[in-house]
Design a protein around this ligand. Structure first.
Ligand code: F6P
Length: 547
């Protein structure tokens, strides 16, 4: 029988009040002091799994607080909720769907049932079709209309149909083959013009990715690009150059895509969780099926860790609980994500969709407006660049910003000098954020210079760092398809855990759907049709657009 997700306002849990009290109790104890009070702190606050070393010791949390958070998760029946997701129950209630992105990378052979049907056989077929297509394109067997091999790929999609594939293609650039893979997403006409610059239609393949095949941006870009293509290529060559990924076979065929070139996906894959499906076609073209499979396997291993590991050693669960701790008990509003790898510079933007589209909700699973904070604001950039941009605010600003630092023990090109410097920054920052710098230290430093004492006294307060800024360190052996797969899966599961505990539905996105409707109404008016009633500001803006 279909089980429903737990449904209770978390502020009514016994542990909620206990956590509030505990926060008050330890609010004046610094992270540095926790280390003194707990000589064995690392024993519970370092988690080792495969090639991941996760250190959450630099947090405003002691062992008692950690235990309370674990109790909180138990009170929220988290374990049951995790199982419900993996076995395909319809936990995306408002869209009446299962949530099975985990099936796409499942390492198990047992059937996974959705709507009474094992999803694995059709997934296998879709994957084989994708792998075989990619092999043909990469090897040069697949020829363009004039008989030349394909050298360029353009992915046309937006949101989950763009962010995941583009982030991973960039992240795995070290492993890419001979194909140049580009992405066009924005309906801004200048975007596709820029992407098309220098492209030869004879040697380019266009991958239209749209789960619904109704998204204005994607269809506009696909139409414009098709017109550009047909200016140079014969009409009957579309089949060799346009392929599509979608759940909407009817609309895809109507667009003119050869049914042979449609790569199906299932509606139980949410857009922002879809890079593991045929939506990952551009990734597979960029790095080849073998590496794509390694990406899936890395995620599959993280799934097994998430499903089978006790809460206190479960990396996604622990990171989610820490995030809830700051969001709901310390009033932190945002979280920073700093990958110390230029390959991962788009990870924060990717996870902004994953996290904020999933948990940016204010209606609880009971249908009522929540009276507590839910989804955090996510932002970030690659280190060390971020250090020279917004770290000032994290170090000395007025806001509490917990940050995840993600780094790799080894670089990919073997440049020891640069890698040492990168990692020195990676470690130095988390240490400095925790330790800060006292006035005495600042004065001592300044006294060593030739500055006079009055000047020193004047300047010193500006150079003080309060410290006590929380960070998690995620240190991974190397950036490989497998480790990036595991890392993304980690954050996906963190999202779900938080959604469960906040009593919200993480897998719909009604807030974004609204934008799609609104834009069409205004478009009508920009094109000179219907005049709908608007407020004075909107009316004036529309007038500004008139020639
Ligand atoms: O922006 C809302 C959204 O539905 C996202 O969730 C999704 O990733 C994106 O639009 C693209 O949708 P589609 O793949 O259907 O074109």
């Amino acid at each position: 029988m279909q089980k429903t997700l737990p449904n209770k306002n978390p502020t009514e849990y016994n542990t909620w009040e206990a956590l509030q009290k505990h926060q008050k109790k330890i609010s004046q104890i610094s992270i540095k002091e926790h280390f003194i009070n707990e000589p064995n702190r690392l024993e519970y606050s370092v988690l080792k799994w495969e090639d991941f070393y996760v250190d959450f010791s630099k947090n405003r949390l002691d062992k008692k607080g950690f235990e309370l958070l674990l109790e909180f998760a138990k009170e929220g029946k988290l374990k049951d909720a995790i199982d419900q997701q993996f076995i395909g129950e319809k936990i995306n209630v408002t869209e009446n769907r299962s949530v099975l992105h985990t099936a796409l990378r499942s390492l198990k052979k047992e059937p996974i049932i959705s709507d009474g049907k094992d999803v694995l056989p059709s997934l296998k077929l879709a994957k084989e079709k994708m792998y075989s297509f990619c092999e043909k394109v990469i090897s040069g067997k697949w020829k363009g209309y004039s008989g030349k091999r394909i050298s360029h790929v353009v992915n046309i999609g937006i949101g989950g149909s763009d962010l995941g594939p583009s982030m991973i293609v960039e992240a795995l650039a070290h492993y890419e083959n001979n194909l140049d893979v580009r992405f066009v997403s924005n309906v801004d006409g200048d975007h596709h013009q820029e992407i098309l610059k220098g492209l030869n239609p004879e040697t380019t393949i266009f991958v239209i990715v749209s789960k619904t095949f109704t998204t204005q941006e994607t269809l506009s870009n696909a139409n414009s690009i098709r017109s550009w293509f047909l200016k140079q290529a014969p009409k009957n060559s579309i089949g060799k150059h346009f392929v599509a990924v979608s759940t909407n076979i009817e609309k895809t065929t109507a667009f003119g895509i050869d049914p042979e070139n449609i790569f199906p996906m299932d509606d139980w894959v949410g857009g922002r969780f879809s890079l593991w499906s045929t939506v990952g076609l551009s990734i597979c073209l960029a790095v080849g099926p073998k590496k794509f499979q390694e990406l899936l396997n890395g995620a599959g291993k993280m799934d097994a860790h998430f499903q089978n590991t006790s809460l206190e050693k479960n990396i996604p669960v622990v990171l989610a609980l820490l995030s809830v701790w700051y969001n709901n008990f310390w009033d932190a509003e945002s979280e920073a994500l700093i990958p110390y790898s230029q390959y991962l510079k788009s990870l924060p933007a990717y996870l902004q969709q994953g996290i904020m589209e999933s948990n940016g909700k204010s209606i609880g699973r009971d249908g009522n407006k929540v009276d507590y904070q839910t989804g955090t604001i996510i932002w970030g950039a690659s280190g060390t660049n971020a250090q020279h941009a917004f770290f000032q605010l994290i170090h000395q600003g007025t806001k509490l910003i917990p940050a995840d630092f993600i780094g790799f023990k080894k670089d990919l090109k073997g440049n020891k000098d640069h890698q040492n410097k990168l990692m020195a920054n990676f470690i130095a920052q988390t240490e400095a954020l925790m330790n800060g710098k006292t006035k005495e230290q600042v004065m001592d430093e300044l006294e060593e210079s030739s500055m006079d004492i009055n000047q020193i006294k004047k300047i010193a307060p500006f150079k003080v760092f309060e410290g006590n800024k929380p960070t998690n360190t995620i240190l991974i052996e190397a950036l490989t398809p497998s480790s990036i797969g595991a890392l993304i899966a980690l954050y996906e599961h963190k999202i779900y855990v938080q959604g469960i505990l906040w009593n919200i539905y993480s897998y719909d996105q009604w807030g974004v759907e609204l934008g799609k409707q609104l834009a069409n109404v205004i478009l009508d008016e920009i094109q000179g049709n219907d005049i709908h009633p608007h407020d004075p500001s909107t009316k004036a803006l529309l007038n500004e657009l008139k020639d």
